[in-house]
Design a protein around this ligand. Structure first.
Ligand code: PLP
Length: 359
């Protein structure tokens, strides 16, 4: 008789993906993009997992977005044929690694300053390659990106003169408004950000540049940014597995990601779990317990999670407790594998191959 591995036998702490919820999120996003002009180019910084990226592409994504060359290396080697690095790639070491990927995948990169486009061009020239670039626009987040039309046009002119670069679009991420709780307010602010981005496209086109790609948006704004005329692709990523923080926005996606932990100590109402900040991130708040009404995680030390639960006397040492991470992306980055579970049975182990790839 075949013995199935049950969730309860998975050693802890372990990241669990509920397959039904995961597939529901995958389908909901894919279905949304079937009905509109814009495409989805999911950001893989959330899951860092080739199996999930391939499922997203097979469900209709035009490619993926990455933050780092190391992530792009993992995705290109896994067969993802179209990659946007939505970030600056600075310095010869990284630039050479980026160029090495062009024989595997159509890799494009964001740019925002003169010196960087020059070094990218030098690298591409030395490898006899043409590198596609998108000008990053700061749409209010105050991170990377050109600040005004003049800067954008100057940079576009510079790129035009450089023989080994090809300007293929612009990108801008409205991360500063993505967690605006009120839907109407988020819609207003998100629309303004993307209209601003499209204004950069129009301005550059008036100056004679071709801007086929306009890329932006995240999980909190995918259905706002994608409705702004001129936006061609959306970079949402967290929707696939979700977390506590995105849960507050009531977007209709399911919490597919949990951390399975074990109780290792109980004293009065103070329960210690075998997961600290090396297993679950707490930078935007504590994780939340599943199914234990009145329980709360009060703090995380390196290897211990402190849970306060008035009914702790009903619990046992070794008992499993599931937590939803407050931030999925930084939690996933701490783990080697997703344990994929359907109806309490382990269906597979998917490697988080791009974890720690911050170079
Ligand atoms: C450049 C960029 N695009 C898109 C996103 C959207 O990600 P999420 O789906 O988590 O909102 C992020 C998130 O940090 C980002 O940095």
């Amino acid at each position: 008789m075949r013995v199935k591995t049950k969730k309860g036998y998975i050693d802890t702490p372990a990241l669990i993906v509920d397959l039904d919820k995961f597939e529901s999120n995958l389908k909901k996003m894919a279905d949304y993009f079937k009905g509109i002009d814009a495409d989805i180019r999911p950001h893989i910084k959330t899951h860092k997992c080739p199996v999930m990226a391939i499922k997203q592409v097979n469900a209709g994504a035009i490619g993926v977005t990455c933050a780092k060359v190391g992530e792009a290396e993992v995705m290109a080697k896994a067969g993802i044929g179209d990659i946007l690095i939505a970030n600056q790639v600075v310095g010869a070491t990284k630039i050479m690694r980026l160029l090495d990927l062009l024989h595997l995948s159509d890799v494009k990169v964001a740019v925002e300053n003169d010196g960087n486009v020059e070094e990218l061009n030098e690298g591409a020239k030395s490898r006899n390659k043409i590198l596609k670039v998108l000008i990053e626009v700061d749409v209010g987040m105050n991170r990377c990106g050109v600040r005004d039309f003049e800067e954008a046009v100057e940079l576009a002119k510079k790129i035009d003169k450089l023989k080994n670069l090809e300007l293929v679009g612009i990108m801008g991420y409205e991360g500063h408004i993505i967690f605006t709780f009120e839907r109407e307010e988020r819609k207003k602010l998100g629309t303004q950000c993307m209209e601003n981005l499209v204004d950069f496209k129009k301005h550059l086109e008036k100056e004679g540049f071709s801007i086929p790609i306009v890329s932006g948006g995240g999980t909190g704004t995918y259905d706002i940014a994608s409705k702004v005329e001129g936006v061609t692709e959306i970079q949402a990523g967290s929707y696939l597995t979700m977390d506590v923080t995105y849960g507050y926005l009531n977007l209709g996606f399911e919490q597919a990601l949990t951390l399975l932990t074990s109780i290792i100590s109980i004293h009065d109402d103070h329960v210690i779990l075998d997961c600290g900040m090396k297993a679950v991130s707490g930078e935007v708040g504590q994780p939340q317990g599943v199914g234990l009404e009145g329980a709360s995680i009060s703090s995380l030390s390196e290897e211990h999670g402190h849970m306060v639960y008035p009914e702790a006397s009903k619990l046992m040492i070794g008992q499993k407790v599931e937590l939803v991470p407050s931030h999925g992306c930084t939690t996933v980055n701490l783990h080697d594998n997703f344990y994929v579970v359907k109806d309490d049975t382990l269906e597979g182990v998917w490697e988080i191959s791009a974890r720690g790839k911050f170079l």
